[in-house]
Design a protein around this ligand. Structure first.
Ligand code: NAI
Ligand code: MG
Length: 327
């Protein structure tokens, strides 16, 4: 049995998780689900946004599915990423039919370092002149993320990895990143490499996004570029993500609890389903992941069962049911 921790959280998190588990049930997987509470409602009830039991369930799982939290998101998801030591944040940028994608032929992966850079606890302080932040780049963490990106390329039929930095200005921190990038590239002679400055990359994502296959970058740059990537392929209802560590992984849609539509049963389940698809691949269930992807593409292309954000009028359940029927 594969142990899956399920943390639905708040608002539409609960709705899209329930629809997703229902779809996964059709795939005859060897999964055992363990549910954990977390989020705003949980905090109201128990006093804690992320109770110890939930953290334990997540830590002891083979993989974790997370819906969304509300105002307590930082106490829940940021903490889960830290406690589970999830060093890699993966954001696929892929165009799906019948969506607001700006290009219809994108399929690349952004691999973002998730533990250091400018986003570290207590890295900022006030000074007499204003405020100051530290940017931490360690050889260990950057080697890990760059290796991950090259392995990802190798295992997923990608032929090129692009390293993104600002080494012309941040000569020491990003100078080191760039040096490590090319050291690791030497171990992967069959994979092409290139490196760009982050500002140029922001432009290339608009002018020639088709040319990217795998992008690897530091924490802040990855945060910004992955939202730019999300913009290229349209709508929060469609964007999944993965957080990978050495001893665990967590899969979540990029969207939040959407209080404006929560409780109405109209949230788009696609982002959560695509997150589950990433989980299937992580667990080596590639055939079933392909099947799920095909079913999602069919339902999107047919355009009969789409939620409101995609211009349709179906409910979460109706869209998920249509995907289930195509499996
Ligand atoms: P949000 O992602 O919840 O919603 C932004 C807009 O996109 C809303 O209009 C919403 O209706 C729409 N939307 C999002 N997902 C959708 C879906 N699956 N189908 C259809 N429409 C969808 O972001 P917002 O409004 O900034 O935050 C709401 C709450 O969520 C806040 O309390 C915030 O802290 C939390 N949040 C949690 C995250 C997490 O748990 N990882 C991430 C982002 C926000
Ligand atoms: Mg972000």
């Amino acid at each position: 049995m594969v142990k899956i921790a399920v943390i639905p959280g708040d608002g539409i998190g609960k709705e899209v998780v329930s629809a997703t588990i229902d779809v996964l049930d059709t795939l005859n997987l060897n999964f055992e689900y363990e549910y954990g509470e977390a989020g705003d409602e949980c905090k109201e009830k128990t006093g804690e946004a992320l109770p110890k039991e939930t953290l334990e369930i997540a830590k002891n799982s083979d993989a974790c599915l997370f819906g969304a939290a509300g105002e307590t998101a930082a106490d829940v998801i940021v903490r889960l990423r830290q406690e589970m030591k999830l060093f890699a944040n993966l954001r696929p940028i892929k165009s799906y039919p019948n969506t607001n994608a700006l290009f219809d032929n994108l399929d690349f992966m952004i691999v973002r370092e998730n533990t250091e850079g400018l986003y570290i606890a207590d890295s900022e302080e006030y000074t007499d002149e204003g405020a100051i932040a530290k940017r931490i780049i360690t050889r260990e963490a950057e080697e890990k993320i760059i290796n991950y990106a090259f392995d990802y390329a190798k295992n997923n039929g990608k032929s090129k990895v692009t390293g993104v930095h600002k080494a012309n200005v941040l000569k020491k921190t990003d100078g080191l990143f760039k040096k490590i990038f090319y050291e690791i590239a030497e171990k992967y002679p069959s994979i092409d490499t290139e490196d760009f400055y982050v500002d140029a990359t922001a432009m290339y994502l608009i002018t020639r996004p088709q040319e990217f296959e795998v992008i690897v970058t530091t924490n802040l740059f990855g945060d910004i570029l992955s939202d730019e990537g999300a913009g290229l392929v349209g709508g929060l209802g469609l964007i999944p993500s993965a957080n990978i560590g050495e001893n665990g992984a967590l899969f979540e849609p990029v969207h939040g609890s959407a209080p404006d539509i929560a409780g109405k049963g109209i949230a788009n389940p696609t982002a959560m389903l695509l997150s589950a698809e990433m989980m299937l691949r992580y667990l080596g269930e590639n055939e079933k992941a392909d099947k799920l992807d095909k079913a999602i593409i069919t339902v999107l292309s047919e355009g009969t069962y789409l939620t409101g954000d995609l211009g349709g009028s179906s409910t979460t359940k109706e869209m998920a049911e249509a995907i289930k029927k195509n499996l």
